[in-house]
Ligand binder design. Structure first.
Ligand code: S3P
Length: 419
């Protein structure tokens, strides 16, 4: 199998959620172009609409949102359904905590199993109330109200927790300070600064100085590096050729997977690098070379957390052993990604084992064949979709449609660039 040509992956998921939320909370009109139009982002649009925000039909081509300001949202008559989207549930919790009404937040079966108390705890320390009916997951009721400022020491590196606290501070007009154990994606900070908010970052500490306002601002959403990573990995493992992936967000908090793929031995180059609306953007050109197993440093895990299923599949094609530790967070993603990756690799004939906080994979060039169980997890489907596209492999993936939460055109893009 050879790769060839150029492609553009859909807009970044993290930035798309934030663009909609900040447009709804800003004062005046914000234009959004390049938005990811996927099930997860539809969940954010739907929740904002239920709260009275003027979000029109979303399209990648572009649309305008008339923001109602920081006090513009109103109580929803019905549940706020976050679907499969953890980012919707957790970031919106910060907003809901700061407005004086009750909200009932729900999600699908996968999201309902994911931990929410990690956002509830800091928001309760600020004065909001959260009620859970079963353990740590959705459904939950958020009773928002007058909040006070907080200095919060996060136990897990999580951009969603950090962002929820920043959004609560913004809407409540109180100072917040978040200490993270490791740097996580910083889109919220960049986007707030672009909208006139004083947000400071020093080492792993982020501080928001209250300003009681949020300016409207336009967003050009760059391509999602987490989606691009599937094609960089495909090019790395291909039998020849090269792929150019255009307009990708190369924010250093997101590009650990590209650095890891280079370490595996792949050729990964940035071309046409530029700054676009506060985010670094580039065309990534990737090509195959001999791949050798790597040891991923736990310190870089937050910069490639969503890409670990793909890197595990690359490891199955690399010579020698790949070891990932410090990634226990993978167990509470859309599926238990440590179990899902290792069981699927074993099911198709690869040598892989689980660790409590990661995995070990020993690569080989033998053909991989068998059935892949995605557990409805988009990144498991795409990672094994890429592995299955390589010459000699034949993988039967149980659910193709689950990619719709982050990359609806994935299968046609995959077919288009391979031959
Ligand atoms: C995200 C943060 C990460 C990531 C998720 C999107 C975000 O989650 O895995 O896909 O947009 O802030 P955590 O904050 O739980 O690490």
């Amino acid at each position: 199998m050879k790769v060839d040509g150029a492609l553009r992956v859909p807009g970044d998921k993290s930035i798309s959620h934030r663009a909609l939320m900040l447009a709804a909370l800003g004062k005046g009109e914000s234009r959004i172009r390049g938005l990811l139009c996927s099930a997860d982002v539809e969940s954010t649009a739907g929740v904002l609409r239920a709260l009275g925000a003027g979000i029109p039909e979303i399209t990648p081509a572009g649309f305008a949102v008339k923001g109602g300001g920081l006090r513009g949202l109103r109580e929803s008559a019905g549940d706020l359904d976050c679907g499969n989207s953890g980012t919707t549930a957790r970031l919106m919790s910060g907003v809901l905590a700061a407005i004086p009404f009750d909200s009932h937040v729900t999600g699908d079966a996968s999201l309902s199993r994911r931990p929410m108390k990690r956002v509830a705890r800091p928001l309760e320390a600020m004065g909001a109330r959260f009620e859970f009916t079963s353990g740590d997951g959705l459904p939950m009721t958020v009773r928002g109200g007058l909040l006070r400022g907080v200095t919060w020491f996060s136990e897990t590196p999580s951009a969603q927790v950090k962002s929820a606290i920043l959004l609560a501070g913004l809407v409540a007009d109180v100072p917040v300070e978040v200490h993270e154990p490791a740097a996580t994606r910083d889109h919220t900070e960049r986007m707030l600064r672009a909208r006139g908010v004083d947000v400071r970052t020093e080492e792993h500490v982020v501080t928001l100085v209250p300003a009681a306002r949020l300016d409207a601002a336009d967003t050009d959403v760059p391509g999602d590096p987490s989606s691009a990573a599937f094609f960089v990995a495909l090019a790395a493992m291909a039998g020849g050729g090269s792929l150019a992936i255009e307009g990708v967000c190369v924010n250093p908090t997101r590009t650990g997977a590209f650095r890891a793929l280079e370490e595996f031995g792949a050729r990964v180059q940035y071309q046409d690098a530029r700054d676009d609306g506060g985010e670094p953007v580039a065309t990534i050109v990737a090509a195959p070379r001999l791949l050798r197993g790597v040891t991923i440093d736990p310190a870089v895990v937050p910069s490639l957390i969503d890409e670990l299923p793909m890197l595990a599949c690359v490891a199955a094609r690399a010579e020698g052993e790949t070891r990932v530790t410090g990634a226990a967070e993978l167990r509470v993603k859309e599926s238990d990604r440590i179990a899902a990756v290792v069981r699927n690799l074993r099911a198709i004939g690869a040598d892989a084992e689980e660790l409590p906080d990661g995995f070990v994979v020993r690569g080989s060039d033998r053909p991989y064949r068998g059935r892949v169980t995605t557990h409805g997890d988009h990144r498991i489907a795409m990672a094994f979709g890429v592995l299955g596209a390589l010459s000699g492999n034949a993988l039967d993936i149980d659910d193709h449609a689950c990619v719709n939460v982050s990359y609806p055109g994935f299968w046609s893009d995959l077919a288009r660039v391979t031959s």
